[in-house]
Design a binder for this molecule. Structure first.
Ligand SMILES: Cc1cc2nc3c(=O)[nH]c(=O)nc-3n(C[C@H](O)[C@H](O)[C@H](O)COP(=O)(O)OP(=O)(O)OC[C@H]3O[C@@H](n4cnc5c(N)ncnc54)[C@H](O)[C@@H]3O)c2cc1C
Ligand code: FES
Length: 319
């Protein structure tokens, strides 16, 4: 991996290499961006926009003229102005970068429909990423919904660094990755909770899944339930050398942070705040973060984060 000076952000026009529709309205999009592929740290994100012509304003004399105009100029979906942030899901040595997302609005819908070979406007990689200076003996990765996407690059890097992996995933029902059944018995769950995600198992991870709507092989509940049961079943002497890494909705991460504090486990959280510029200029993404002095200050999630120590986030400020 290429190590760049902090705050180096590439601005590239990146050809789309592959777009795959996945279960539950998810999409995996791969584009060519060698400088970003080489330098991405797990937990960093890319800001992606589908460039296009934004129609200049047009004046009509009558409604009939409007109707006539649109007979020959069908109204397409206008390109979106602000780039959308996505965690780097995977990156290849030959220069590709993948994002994995759920279609939730106009930006993600247009990106899911991007044509092969069309060019994306990409800024990246942005943010601090997870602190991996001391990889733990065992990393417990907790994902809620599409929080699973940025955690995959993290799992890959931790696996390479020699960490064992426990991956606990919560979702509504559908998962954007390949599921299969495991024979392996885990000590913290009923024996009928057997579903695993192949991509993580290939990294030697112990994986378990929780779904809100019942699904065969999955625990009915949330990833926080899985974490709670895992930590409860862990003898106190076995907590040393383990660290939690989490990504998902705010309320879920607040609960993960609460469990980490209760069991005195180190925990880093990747916050997926709504963003404007994604570059530190607009302050749309600020959150209360505790400083070394103990005082809380607003920090920009895009450039000061998006990863923070769970103990430092002002969780209650949002509730
Ligand atoms: C650092 C970071 C990393 C992210 N990584 C991923 C990822 O890997 N995969 C993924 O699917 N999504 C990810 N997101 C969320 C993603 O950016 C939004 O889903 C996307 O911007 C929505 O764009 P849209 O135009 O389709 O939706 P919009 O029309 O803007 O919004 C549609 C709906 O989605 C909600 N929404 C929009 N942005 C967010 C957000 N940031 N968090 C929660 N809800 C939001 C809106 O409130 C609204 O209800 C990430 C966000 C951040 C900040
Ligand atoms: S999104 Fe503009 S400052 Fe963070």
């Amino acid at each position: 991996m290429e190590v760049l000076p902090r705050n180096t952000i590439h601005h590239l026009r990146c050809p789309v290499l592959d777009v795959v529709e996945l279960e539950g309205g998810h999409c995996r999009l791969r584009f060519h961006a060698p400088p970003i592929a080489r330098s991405s740290i797990p937990g960093q994100f890319v800001n992606v926009r589908l460039p296009g012509r934004i129609d200049r304003p047009r004046a009509f004399d009558s409604y009939a003229d409007v109707v006539e105009y649109h007979k020959t100029h069908p109204v397409g979906e206008a390109p979106f102005l602000l780039a959308r942030p996505f965690g780097v899901h995977r990156a290849g040595a030959d220069g590709w970068v993948e994002i994995l997302f759920k279609v939730v609005g106009r930006g993600t819908r247009l990106l899911a429909g991007a044509a092969l070979g069309s060019r994306l406007d990409v800024l990246g990689s942005i943010g601090n990423g997870f602190n991996l200076t001391q990889p733990p003996q065992t990393a417990v990765l907790v994902a809620g919904g599409t929080g699973i996407a940025p955690l995959y690059l993290l799992a890959e890097r931790l696996h390479r660094a020699g960490s064992g992996l426990v991956v606990l995933v919560g979702t509504g029902f559908a998962l954007p990755m390949t599921l299969s059944d495991s024979d392996e018995v885990v000590h913290f769950l009923d024996k009928d909770v057997t579903a695993v995600i192949d991509e993580y198992v290939d990294l030697g991870a112990v994986v378990r899944i929780a779904t809100i709507e019942p699904r065969k092989g999955c625990h009915t509940g949330t990833s926080v339930d899985l974490l709670s049961q895992y930590l409860q079943a862990l003898p106190p002497g076995e907590r040393a050398g383990k660290a939690i890494f989490s990504c998902g909705p705010w309320a879920m991460q607040a609960a993960v942070a609460g469990l980490a504090a209760r069991y005195a486990m180190p925990c880093q959280v990747l916050l997926e705040e709504r963003m404007g510029c994604g570059l530190g200029a607009c302050m749309a993404c600020v959150c209360k973060i505790r400083q070394e002095t103990g005082e809380y200050k607003y920090k920009r999630v895009c450039v000061d984060g998006p990863v923070f120590d769970a103990n430092d986030v002002g969780w209650e400020a949002r509730e």
